[in-house]
Design a protein. Sequence first.
Length: 530
Amino acid sequence: MKISNAIDLAIENIQKEGLTDVEVFSRPFELDLLKISATCEEIKQAIKTSLKESQIKLMGFSPISHILVPKKELFDFRKCAIIEPIDELKYLSLVLQIADQIETQRPNKSKNLVFSYRLNPEKGYLFDAKYNYTSFREYVIKKSKQRNVNVVVSCDIANFYDRLNLHRLECILSSNPKIDKKIILQINELLLFWSGRDSYGIPVGSNASRILAEAALIEIDNFLISHKIAYCRFVDDFRIFAPDSATAHKWLALLVDRLSKEGLFLNTNKTVIKDVSIISEDDADKKPEETETTRETENKHEISRIIRGYSGLIPTKFRALTASEHEKLKVINITEEIDKISSSLLISPPNFVLLVKACFSQKDAPGIIRLVTNLNKFPQFIPYVIDGIIKNEDIFSEEQIKELSTLLAFWLDQDNAPEFVSIFVIRFFGHGRFTNKSTLFECFRQLKRNDGNYIGRALLEQLEPIIERGEVLEIRDYFTRADPSERRQILKIADTHLTKGEKRPFFKNTRAQSQDILLNKMINIYEAKA
């Protein structure tokens, strides 16, 4: 794909889907700048000019930071990247130039082997909506029912994105004669720069990374196909379909051996060999792999979200309950079940999710408050509980809101909570009936540079609509210590709340000191408006 077309597609995709699918990050307002035709054209030209260079310094990339976010399993976290918007546009533009060549090397879609991120750009989306986690799951169920399949192996690669070897990825890309070697060099230098020269790991959450991750597994796919191993996969999640146990173990051993040559290993704790020879139609129709995330409406845009979503034992979003769920949940004795949780040392995830649903189904506000008091046993559930509270805010009295606020404010102290937890609590204090400016502003005043990589931006986003002039002046003083993302948010706050006379010198000084193209475009727009 030509560089101009790649940049256009990258911008269109990021406008459609945002920078990342990681739920802890909100959609940055800076993307709205791309809706302004003249600004978008200037950004396109700046990206095109920078991508003509080969050295990272000349390409103008910034280092990335990370935040730990819960994965789909217990006590497991994903290191998610925080990438500057312009850098993500450059990264995606680079990868899209070679995406067609990568896709042609992958197993044909019709073989039903690989269901993840099949390139098919359409209306801003990059991937074929027919191939997603839902279609993968349905194929596994269908394949498991076949007469010659008696054993199914479920396994996945341990820390796939973090452990992906960059030099091996470079070699895989270089083995394709149709891929421009200069682009491979640029991608490799960028990934090495972002990894701190560790030679491992690609940023989690980016569509560019998804394309590269699939490229990294092309030779694994070819190996399995050449050995006539019946399998399918969704990213690093494999299923092997064998006629008997001996064959299953043999094929699994071949997969393990081939992965090791790429410096990758299976997650042994999650490797399961299952006898499906006596599975009934009823059992098959239960769809055991279905999770909270995959219960979406069968709509193209919703399917797109399934492709990108992460599912598992610890949900982050509270889904609206169905009529049948309400019927089942009304018989649960909430007081009795919470007593059990309160007296135990640990929380069982499935039981806790069921109890949260029961509380909201029965509109039991005191029960939710009691559950919040137990969250210290499992802080990973805080996003899920907060999402449920926000979506059911009408069931709480003013006194109950005060009690909830006191309990949740505990998690704003970084000594008490990981950053992802504090971010969700910050959003709680910026929402509807739970809005509490004094709590948020005090948290901002206490903010230290080592508190986290995203928490400052999250605080400023929630403060923007509720603060007054005096508080804006105090925030403005923080500008010189802020990171680029925080600076743009402070500039937006200043434009919203300060007078023309106060804004003009601030904008002038900021432009003189900044090389940030997005920030300078914001100043141009704000000054023209003034």
